[in-house]
Every structure is written in C-alpha cells, then in structure tokens.
Design a protein around this ligand. Structure first.
Ligand SMILES: *Cc1c(COP(=O)(O)O)cnc(C)c1O
Length: 478
C-alpha cells in the first residue's frame, strides 16, 4: 500500500514513512492510493475474528484491518502491537467498545473507557506503541508537537509518557479546558511531557503547529512530528471500531447500520467514511456539530466557510469548538473524484484567499449525501441539557455533552428500519459542570481519578506566537 497527498504531489510513501509525519510536502493530507475492498467472505471473516466481543477479539480485528494498510511492519510485530494496545486492562471490558442500547434501535458505542476517558485513547494508545516501535527500529528520536482543545492532548500525553525516544510539546488554549481536562494533562510530571497553554483559541494552537511544521529547517533540526488528528495512523486506528460497532449491532452482514458522530475536526467520522468505502454496510454517516456548525453548513449547502477566532463559540462541548475541520480535506478529495489539483485549488487557493469555497452548484456536491451517505445536524447548549436529561430519565444512562450532541442529532435522523449507533466520545466526568446543570448532580468518578484537580501542575503559559513556541522547544531538547 502506498500513500498519496490530497493536493496532487507526485510522491508515493509507505505507511512507516508517513507514520511520524503530519502534512504531506505540498500541505495536503495523506490518504491511501485506494481503499481495500472487502467482499462478503472477507467481511464474514472479520465478523468471526471479532467474535462478538470475545477476549482478544478486538485486537485481532484491529490487526486484520490494519494489515490491509500497513505492509512495512512484519505481521507478527503488528499483531503484538495490537495485542499490547487493546487489552481489557486498559479499556475496561473484553469487547473494548461495547454497545449500550438506548431504545428504538439506537445504541451508544462506548469508546471512552481508556486512560483519559475519551475516544481519542482508541487511536492514541496504538500510536504510542507504533511510535516507540518505529523509533527504536530507526534508532531515532521524535519531538511531538500537538494542538489540543482538551481530549487530544491528554490522550497523547498519556499514550507517550515514559515512551522511549519521544518528547511531547502540547499546545492548549489557555483557560478553555475543563478543570478535569487540565488536571489530566498538567498533573503529569513525566520529564518527556511539556504542556504549553496558549493565550488564544484552539485554532490559534493549531495554526502554530502548522507554522512550525511549515518551517522545514526547524522541523528537520528538532525532529518535529505530530499526533493531531491529521495523522493517518490515528485515523486508521479509528476505522476498526466502526467494524466492531457494526458487528455488534447486526446479526448478519446483510444488514445496514448508520452511525452518528459528534464531530469537530472530522477525524472520527472520516474513519467511518473509510470503513464505508471499504464496503462496510453503513447506510448513513450522520455528522453532529455543536454551535460551531462549519460542517453542518457544508452538508446542508455545499458552502465550506472557516470561521475567525472571534466567530468560534466557546461551548459546553468544547472538543467540537473548531473554526475549520482539519481532516475535511480528505473527504473533499474523494468527493471531487480524487482530483489533487482541484483539491489544492479549493483548500490552498480559494480558502486561503477568501476563507470559503462553495460546491453547492457542483454536481459532485449531491454525491456527499447520495453516494457517500453523509447527512448532518447541529445541537445547542439547550439541546445538550435536554438530551442529557432525557437519556438519563428514560434509560438511566449518563452521557457527556459531546455524546449528547450526537444523540440529539441521531434522534432527528432516526429510521426505524436501520439501527443507529451513536459514538460515545467522552465520559460525563470530563464535563461535570454541564452535567450538574442538566441533572443537578455530579457525575460519578472512577476511583483512579479522585482529587486529580488538586495535584501539582506543570504548565507554561505563552502568547500565541510560533517563534516563542519554537524557542521553548529548542530550549527543552538538549
Ligand atoms: C475530539 C473529540 C470530538 C471531535 O472529534 P473529531 O475527530 O475532531 O471530529 C468529539 N467529542 C470528543 C469528546 C472529542 O474529544
């Protein structure tokens, strides 16, 4: 399998070459040259491999799916990386991603029982092991520079802490994460973990990461890598749980399932798109946004319009507070028939010049719904509160604010003939303030997380300035 750039660069790379990288050399995102196709027999084999959540089934399924995209790690090594990553000890249950029924054909897929209680652990835990493996194989070191609005950062730090050959420099928007999220990151005392709180919003952090990554001399000199959601390996790891969710929701591969995905940077739902392109029988991919409705606007109108920092709302589902969706280019590349020049003109030229592009009149736009199965909806703070209450009252299940955005939008897209799986992207304890507002009670807290807010914090506050961040990195790499 070779990987190409969404902006038409002629190079083709192998998995381990792009594993430690972010953007392609032309500023595009990496995608596989083609999506491996699963026929009925292959899909049945994957269903049997998962074995309805038997112990070790998820790791075996992950190995099978990853093998279709990774041909430069020996099979035994890849299998053992998967087996070490997806354990009941780390993720809490044998099925790893169990489904919880919410009535009327709706299910929650639990993706948030890893170390930082959000779905990002699903990919990041694998990435930590892949990075350590590949760096050891090369005899190299890597300095990971990332941007987070909360969940990515803690997932990355908890996956990389203590890993050999890796340092983490994690930018987060100062004061915008919940106290629990801040504690999860800033309480880490591991010497290879560096927290930098930027005076700005998440997108300022992301812009700094891009600016530093675009300085190729600096990037090479300090061996800068990334783990934010544009990393292909992360996206690939997420493809696996669409299969596991599908197998649990159905008795046979003749049935179809829809997924609703609380979305921000479009990484999670893009993995669903990849699974669907491989032939997993997914009816619809429902993109749920909060008040930051860049994606909902696109799927309704064909207009993709990035928002300014001032126009980016701070909401009670903060991990979806984005002004542009950094993975979205991957889907648009497929939508425009994998035309790299067209994709480049949309994302580099039009977006750079006027902050928007409009595919509304393009015949390809209709394909987003008809051919690729995408629909969308949005949710507000009031919707979140009402949904958290309703799910708790009717089913005794406490859901977090992001998952609530998903459930709200899923209800609006319900089709009685097709099971709907909503991805549970975090546990309520991470966003306790809104849970208290909705339910008048604190969410329960796993014992391991008692009192973490009062632990000593290790963090540096900094202006939104790429040069200052570079200086900090250079000063901490000796
Ligand atoms: C990251 C995150 C999202 C958004 O996922 P994307 O891949 O950026 O679309 C949604 N919910 C939670 C809890 C998250 O941490």
């Amino acid at each position: 399998m070779r990987y190409l750039s969404t902006r038409g660069h002629p190079d083709r790379r192998r998995f381990c070459e792009i594993l430690l990288e972010g953007l392609a050399p032309d500023g595009g995102l990496y995608l596989p040259e083609r999506y491996p196709q699963l026929d009925g027999k292959a899909l049945q084999r994957l269903r049997d491999t998962y074995g309805n959540g038997r112990a070790g089934g998820y790791a075996a399924l992950a190995f099978e799916v990853l093998s279709l995209y990774i041909d430069d790690i020996p099979a035994d090594d890849l299998r053992s990386l998967c087996e070490r990553t997806y354990t009941e000890a780390v993720f809490g249950t044998a099925p790893i991603v169990p489904l919880k029924p919410l009535g009327e054909g709706l299910f929650l897929e639990a993706l948030s029982n890893g170390p930082t209680l959000a779905f990002k652990d699903m990919a990041m835990q694998l990435l930590g092991n892949l990075f350590e493996y590949e760096l050891a194989r090369r005899g190299e070191e890597l300095n990971i520079l990332g941007a987070t609005s909360g969940d990515t950062g803690s997932a990355a730090e908890h996956a990389m802490k203590g890993k050999r050959g890796v340092r983490v420099f994690m930018l987060s928007p100062y004061g915008r994460m919940s106290p629990f999220q801040q504690a999860q990151m800033f309480s880490l005392q591991d010497p290879n973990i560096h927290n930098i709180a930027i005076e700005g919003v998440f997108d300022d952090c992301q812009d700094i990461v891009k600016a530093v990554s675009n300085d190729l001399d600096f990037k090479r000199r300090w061996r800068i890598g990334t783990v934010n959601s544009i990393n292909w390996a992360r996206l690939l790891a997420q493809v696996v749980y669409y299969f596991a969710g599908y197998f649990q929701a159905t008795a046979s591969n003749a049935e179809r399932v829809s997924f609703t995905v609380p979305s921000g940077n479009f990484g999670n739902v893009c993995a669903g798109h990849v699974a669907r392109m491989m032939g997993l029988p997914i009816a619809h991919l429902v993109v749920a946004t909060n008040e930051n409705d860049v994606l909902d606007e696109f799927f309704r109108t064909g207009v993709y319009r990035v928002r300014s920092s001032a126009d980016t709302h701070e909401t009670s589902s903060p991990s979806m507070d984005i002004s542009k969706a950094s993975n979205f280019e991957r889907f648009v590349f497929d939508l425009v028939g994998r035309d790299g020049a067209r994709c480049k003109s949309l994302f580099a030229d039009e977006l750079g010049r006027q902050g928007r592009f409009d595919l509304g009149q393009d015949p390809a736009f209709a394909d987003a719904a008809t051919r690729y199965g995408f629909v969308s909806g949005k949710s507000t703070h009031a919707d979140r509160l009402a949904t958290i209450r309703e799910v708790f009252d009717r089913h005794g299940v406490m859901i977090d604010t992001h998952t609530a955005d998903g459930v709200k939008v899923a209800w609006a897209h319900r089709d009685p003939t097709v099971p709907m799986v909503v991805l549970e992207t975090a546990l309520p304890i991470k966003f306790a303030e809104t849970i208290v507002e909705a339910l008048g009670r604190e969410p329960s807290r796993p014992a391991a997380y008692e009192g973490i807010e009062s632990l000593p914090k290790r963090v540096t506050v900094m202006a939104a300035d790429a040069e200052r961040v570079k200086a900090f990195i250079a000063g901490h790499c000796a």
